[in-house]
Ligand binder design. Structure first.
Ligand SMILES: Nc1ncnc2c1ncn2[C@@H]1O[C@H](COP(=O)(O)OP(=O)(O)O)[C@@H](O)[C@H]1O
Ligand SMILES: [Mg+2]
Length: 123
């Protein structure tokens, strides 16, 4: 695939994630925020824990999980999964979870220990 616009800032995003609990990336539709950046973050390693992606609409959440998994030659329920009301395709080894609103806990993301895990410090 040709380089997507977000690939130009991935280094900057990753280094920002090492030092800040919250990082905001604002980029136009189609830039690669949903279907490229999370896989690239996982591919590069260096961040412990999972990537959790909030996608408020169920259909959009499933579609994005399908597309993400497809790029790994998989189906949702392996490295990429999704969680929503009455439906879950995640396994303990899932590294990237696409979740709808009710399954996203912002307090987890904001916790200092969650931040350390994100930064790759198991302590
Ligand atoms: N299922 C798909 N099949 C083929 N190309 C896709 C699919 N989903 C997204 N793309 C393409 O990948 C690029 C990045 O899309 P996306 O990650 O959804 O961008 P963003 O989340 O920043 O709006 C776009 O060019 C989009 O058209
Ligand atoms: Mg998107």
């Amino acid at each position: 695939m040709a380089l997507l616009p977000v690939s130009a800032v991935v280094d900057e995003v990753l280094s920002a994630l090492q030092s800040a609990a919250q990082v905001m990336l604002h980029a136009p539709t189609g830039a690669g925020k949903s279907t490229w950046l999370p896989l690239e973050i996982l591919r590069r390693g260096g961040l412990a824990g999972k990537v959790v992606m909030l996608e408020p609409r169920r259909l959009a959440a499933k579609n994005v999980a399908l597309r993400l998994a497809e790029q790994l030659g998989e189906r949702p329920g392996q490295k990429v999964g999704y969680r929503m009301r009455n439906e879950s395709r995640c396994v303990p080894t899932t590294r990237l979870e696409v979740v709808t609103e009710g399954h996203f806990d912002p307090s987890t993301a904001a916790r200092p220990d969650a931040r350390r895990r994100l930064a790759g410090d198991p302590g």
